[in-house]
Design a binder for this molecule. Structure first.
Ligand code: ARG
Length: 459
């Protein structure tokens, strides 16, 4: 017969083996062991400060927990599904080691506030790692942008060539996305770092707890206001996985562009060997698998977010065992977000941009048509008419198989007598970028300011 459960006082029969396998969480929540132990040690110390445990009892508990931790880290710990979860596995081993005093640790506490604390500590530490990875990626965007302030790229809308931009400006657009992701995580952390311990099962406790003291010891920023909310709130993990989903969505957009740019019909980039793969049958191929996998993994993280939203939807107050299903989606999202950020940073450091290829498409698609229309508008022609005149000039040049800048002044004048020799300056693609001096535009001064501001933000 199986050992009596820690909660087994009122039970005559043991759990069915199938039920034990179905309900256990230790196979995945063992990953919270360090947070569980930290939280328990803080709890024990505060119980002693409150006069509930003697200093000696608290010391025995804390030392015992250190021993348990050392066993886990040495790989000597026997995780048992009959103890259900990380909390009861650790507590039962503690009691084996230090005896009956171990049983005092769970005073003024329930697994409901305990698991909320452990998970909050875990998410908090992992979000720190996300922010570090985001900062490295942003730094890499800035570094690559600095190399390409002068490189011209066809800026697109509708994925159709629209106006020339600098490659730096394009890369810095991504840096802004990831900066917002970083800020979103900072904001989320305010709600992650809330101390739930002291809520007990749901209603608070009759014992003289001091949640603020535990919060101070564990570096939490606030304490719960309502014990029922404290044990049933999972917003913090939903928000974290949403932030992760948006990180992945941004990465996936970049992946899509790299995949297109690496296609020889574009040829804007050469993929680094370290982040590409070959084909087992077609010897000429170099595939952007890193980007394809990342685009695919985006669906996985978004799926975790959907799973969590549906998990919480419809749960009555307060703790429900459904909530045990909140860990794996986060663990999976965490692994995916951090590894993807690392891969993208490595790829971006090494990717080779091909400015000649970019320029050859800049000069092929009438990307200076807006310049001509603006030029005519500046001469007093209503913009709608200027647009029309330019359209006719584009159709003419297209028929000749040349760019607007290749037409003669006489040809130009057939479309509008306002056109003078100075038109050829503004039709120059480089000039078109340089003249976009509006705040946040692609002009060099704006790009330089973006770089300076991002560097200041990073430091
Ligand atoms: N393993 C549980 C979880 O992850 C711990 C809390 C269990 N609480 C309870 N009252 N059964 O949610």
């Amino acid at each position: 017969m199986a050992e009596k459960k820690m909660w087994g006082g009122r039970f005559a029969e043991g759990t069915a083996a199938s039920m034990e396998a179905y309900s256990e969480s230790v196979s995945f929540d063992w990953q919270l062991y360090a947070e569980d132990i930290r939280g328990s040690q803080a709890h024990a110390r505060v119980l002693a400060q409150q006069g509930f445990l003697t200093d000696d009892e608290a010391k025995q508990i804390c030392d015992g927990l250190d021993t348990v931790k050392a066993e886990i880290e040495a790989g000597d710990f026997q995780w048992k599904t009959e103890h259900e979860d990380v909390h009861m596995n650790i507590e039962s081993r503690l009691t084996e080691i230090i005896g009956a005093v171990g049983g005092k640790l769970h005073t003024a506490r329930s697994r409901n506030d305990q698991v909320a604390l452990d998970f909050r500590l875990h998410v908090s530490a992992r979000l720190d790692a996300w922010q570090e990875a985001l900062a490295s990626l942003i730094e890499t965007y800035v570094a690559r942008a600095e190399e390409h302030v002068e490189t011209l790229l066809p800026g697109c809308t509708h994925f159709q060539p629209a106006q020339p931009v600098s490659l730096a400006h394009h890369l810095l657009a991504y840096a802004q996305m990831f900066k917002r992701d970083h800020e979103r995580v900072t904001d989320c952390l305010k709600r992650v770092r809330v101390m739930p311990l002291g809520a007990a099962a749901l209603a608070g406790t009759t014992h003289p707890v001091n949640p603020q003291a535990v919060a101070d010891e564990l570096g939490m920023e606030a304490i719960f206001a309502n014990s029922m909310d404290a044990v049933s709130d999972r917003d913090f993990v939903l928000e974290a996985v949403f932030a992760g989903s948006l990180v992945m969505t941004h990465l996936s957009r970049m992946c899509e562009e790299i995949i297109v740019w690496a296609n020889p019909n574009f040829g804007y980039v050469k993929l680094p060997d370290q982040y590409s793969t070959g084909s087992s049958i077609m010897p000429q191929k170099k595939n952007p698998d890193s980007c394809e996998i990342m685009r695919g993994k985006t669906g996985r993280v978004v799926g975790s977010l959907m799973g969590l939203l549906v998990l919480v939807k419809g749960l009555p107050m307060t703790y429900n065992r459904d909530m045990q299903e909140d860990k794996e989606p986060f663990f999976d999202a965490d692994k995916t977000v951090v590894s993807s950020l690392g891969i993208m940073t490595g790829l971006l450091e090494q990717i080779e941009f091909v400015p000649e290829k970019m320029l050859s498409t800049v000069t092929r698609g009438f990307l200076n048509a807006t310049e001509l229309a603006d030029y005519l508008a500046a001469k007093g022609i209503p913009f709608r008419d200027a647009h029309h005149i330019t359209g006719a000039a584009v159709a003419f040049a297209e028929g000749k198989g040349v760019g607007l800048e290749d037409l003669t002044l006489d040809e130009m004048k057939t479309f509008s007598s306002e056109i003078e020799d100075d038109v050829f300056t503004i039709l120059d693609y480089k000039v078109s970028v340089e003249r976009r001096t509006s705040p946040g535009g692609t002009g060099p001064a704006s790009v330089a300011k973006q770089i300076t501001d991002l560097k200041a933000w990073l430091s």
